[in-house]
Design a protein around this ligand. Structure first.
Ligand SMILES: N[C@@H](CCC[C@H](N)C(=O)O)C(=O)O
Length: 282
């Protein structure tokens, strides 16, 4: 029961979140309530519903991530910056650690409402992504789009950065009908847990233009984990350096895949839009 409970509205580059703090007063969330809250016709509206919790089996604070369709998932890069910022406002420090289903995260304050998050190590093994069948070189996986003898897109890179992603490298990201093929690839049988789908246009060794169809949410203005997935995949194909600016519809993220410890560092802004309370319908 969420009626009367306070929430925050935040966004990371226009990727919209409802943030619910469950630490003092836990509540049971069901898919229907999340779908209702995420739909702007019936609730405050968001791309992801985020919880801050003391969850059993996890040390320290836990960030829960639920897509607009109600599914709980392992990671959300943009929300990690927002939650990191909130926790640092609380502890008065310039860094904070918290847990997610995907990986433990470490956030650092870089400037005013500018946060860097250590997103951990990418995983490339076919079982780790996961893929439904063995593929040894996940820089190119067996997915084709369009007529069988004349596919329009094929061979995306696949990677898990706390959640599964597939990235098509294209000449012109704006020209791709992502709204049409995004849902088809999200549900492609190669991805047993579904997948986040991106089109990436490499602009230079240090710049990528990225558009994203998010699993469980559709097209969003930005996706932090997709930006990480794109940079890592581009570097694995020798298309970029280990560090690049990734430009999403909502703005830029700085992504670095460190050589020394294999971790991905994502840096970008957070926006606090305001607060509200769930109505009696919840
Ligand atoms: N918006 C997020 C990713 C949210 C989860 C994703 N849709 C999934 O299902 O894995 C981000 O900023 O990373």
């Amino acid at each position: 029961m969420l009626a009367g409970r306070p929430y925050l509205k935040m966004n990371g580059l226009g990727n919209e979140f409802i943030i619910l703090d469950l630490r003092e007063e836990p509540a049971k969330l069901d898919e229907e309530a999340i779908r209702k809250a995420a739909d702007p016709k019936t609730g405050p509206g968001c791309d992801q519903f985020i919880t801050i919790e003391n969850r059993k089996g996890h040390d320290g604070v836990f960030m829960g991530v639920y897509n607009a369709d109600g599914s709980e998932v392992g990671a959300c890069g943009n929300a990690a910056r927002c939650v990191g910022w909130l926790l640092m406002e609380e502890n008065g420090e310039t860094k904070v650690d918290f847990e997610t289903l995907g990986a433990p995260l470490h956030a650092m304050r870089i400037g005013d409402k500018r946060i860097a998050v250590d997103m951990g190590e990418p995983k490339f093994g076919w079982r780790e992504i996961p893929l439904a069948e063995q593929m040894d070189d996940t820089r190119y996986v067996d997915v084709k789009l369009g007529p069988i003898d004349k596919p329009v897109l094929w061979g995306p890179a696949a990677v898990n950065v706390g959640n599964p992603h597939c990235v098509f490298f294209v000449e012109d990201a704006e020209a791709q009908a992502l709204d049409r093929f995004g849902p088809m690839i999200e549900h492609h049988p190669l991805f047993p847990e579904r997948v986040n789908v991106s089109v990436a246009q490499v602009l230079s060794k240090h710049a990528i233009r990225l558009r994203v169809w998010e699993r469980g949410a559709g097209i969003t203005k930005a996706c932090g984990t997709a930006a990480c997935a794109a940079l890592v995949s581009a570097h694995r194909r020798r298309l970029t350096a280990r560090k690049a600016t990734v430009t999403l519809d909502g703005g830029d993220l700085a992504i670095e895949w460190r050589e020394d410890d294999n971790h991905i560092i994502m840096t970008g802004p957070v926006t606090l839009e305001g607060e509200g309370r769930f109505s009696d319908d919840f």
